[in-house]
Ligand binder design. Sequence first.
Ligand code: TA6
Length: 305
Amino acid sequence: MQNIDSLSKQFSIPGHIDFIEGTDGLIVARINNELASAEIALQGAHLYSWKPREEVPVIWLSQDARFERNKAIRGGIPVCWPWFGFHEVDLRKPAHGFVRTCLWTVSGTEALEDGRTSIRFTLTSNENTIAIWPHKFRLTYTITVGTKLDLQLITENTGNLPFKISEALHTYFAIGDVSELEIHGLAGYTYADKSDDMTLKMEPGPVLIRNEVDHIYLDTEGMCRIEDQRQQRGINISTQGSHTTVVWNPWIEKSEKMGDMGENGYRTMVCVESANALNNKVTVNPGHHHELMARYEVTGLQCEL
Ligand code: TA6
């Protein structure tokens, strides 16, 4: 098992990345380069902080987030895999799959010539995962930190039978205030409204958050964009290998039930998740692989409200 000493010896890069022990013994990869900073827990390969040098934090982390073994951190970018949402058959299985609380292995770090830093995590099936989900797999998750944030999740089927997955990079974005927020690029798409019995609806225009929003947009392509008036900035979200986009804000009542969203935390966050879910599930054949990629870029505002 990797520990601080072995990780530091093998993967630390001065001026780029080191490894620290966080609360409850969770090991954290800490990236600090000329362009940006980030923090990633090895549990779940869970990035929970990203801040380009000239920006306020882009990724939201609850003030009441708990860093505990086997508990998903509230905020950041949970990796939901091999299913999104509740397990289709057995509700006793963890929501959003099991990999977000697994201990991932650091398999590589690199200082790129343009000043960015990348770290590669792997997670391979074992008897524990097979007991939950009876398939052999290898996940490779590469995070590249600079003025943009690049995420690449590769699923390999290392078994001898096809398997089907749903997945999401379940990203919590930090915003000024939900009352001054629009999400562009989803107009015209059909979505399943999870807060209304999965009723299928059409998105007429920019997505506004005026109560609980839990929309699963289907057959989405390319990119969408957060317009954050309060902070006078936009965030471009571009993807490859993702055909579902989820937009979620729990609002007041659900936040209170969740218990770890922090005081009025719902006002300063929105999840825009690059996913493959519902009728966009992905079949991976033996010996084949599937890539899910997302890139986040902070820009100026493109439209005044
Ligand atoms: O992606 C939105 C969602 O599926 C919501 O329905 C809500 O359950 C959210 O994920 C958070 O799920 P979690 O298991 O992390 O509390």
